[in-house]
Design a protein around this ligand. Structure first.
Ligand SMILES: N[C@@H](CCC(=O)N[C@@H](CS)C(=O)NCC(=O)O)C(=O)O
Length: 231
């Protein structure tokens, strides 16, 4: 039976833009597990009420529900240890957790500033008032004011990848010779952006660009084929 995956969608069911759901989408593909996307909007809290909270990703596997992208990754490796591992050791899992927190603090926040108005424009109409109200409360200013700084945020975002560049100069993936969950963590914000915005985030000679190309090619190009803007 396919694992059901509640994924945040924009105006169209297949405009899948959540960085945290992308981690899980990639993790499910990595494990080779059959998955069925249930498109979900910010205002559809009741449809995931069974998970006891209001955020996606949420998965339902047979009779078990798991929410939170990190908890889902850990669950998938624990429940399916014979399928390709997302973390090939306890040390790898521990360092990936550090990497997740680094990425959320240093990449997600800047990416939000870069794409916020494109993101807002890509939402389902029924989500727009909720998104505006909740994010303006969180950031303490109107979306338009955050968006006005988006050009300055692009160089800051490129600089944020500085600690990753020496790593992917010596190996093809953050996790080593093959991709692991840390790669999916870093890739999430790129798919978040690509799904909603035509903005050019990286120069073609950037090693991060080459790494992202390798990520787009995974799983027979599934990440590249998903609805979004050309790179
Ligand atoms: N730490 C959680 C974060 C989940 C999260 O913030 N999800 C966002 C989408 S990326 C969400 O569901 N937001 C709903 C809302 O803001 O109401 C994870 O990694 O899964």
């Amino acid at each position: 039976m396919a694992i059901r995956h509640w994924e945040l969608a924009g105006a169209e069911d297949d405009r899948l833009f959540s960085p945290n759901c992308w981690r899980v989408r990639m993790a499910l593909a990595h494990k080779g597990l059959q998955a069925e996307t249930v498109p979900w909007r910010f205002t559809e809290k009741e449809s995931i009420a069974f998970s006891g909270q209001g955020l996606v990703p949420v998965i339902k596997d047979e009779h078990r529900e798991v929410h939170d992208s990190w908890a889902i990754a850990v669950y998938l490796d624990d429940a399916y240890p014979d399928l390709p591992l997302l973390f090939d050791s306890a040390q790898a899992r521990s360092l990936a957790l550090f990497f997740k927190h680094w990425c959320e603090r240093n990449v997600h926040s800047l990416m939000f500033r870069v794409i916020v108005m494109d993101l807002f424009g890509s939402l389902h109409d029924k989500d727009k008032p909720y998104f505006r109200e909740s994010r303006e409360k969180r950031f303490g200013k109107p979306l338009e004011e955050i968006g006005a700084e988006s050009h300055a945020a692009v160089p800051a975002l490129r600089a944020a990848f500085d600690p990753v560049r020496p790593l992917i100069a010596v190996q093809p993936f953050v996790s080593g010779s093959s991709p692991g969950f840390a790669d999916y963590i870093l890739f999430g914000p790129f798919e978040w952006a690509r799904a909603v915005s035509p903005v050019r985030l990286l120069e073609a000679d950037d090693p991060v660009y080459a790494w992202r190309e390798r990520m787009f090619d995974l799983f027979d190009g599934m990440p590249r084929r998903t609805r979004g803007y050309p790179i």
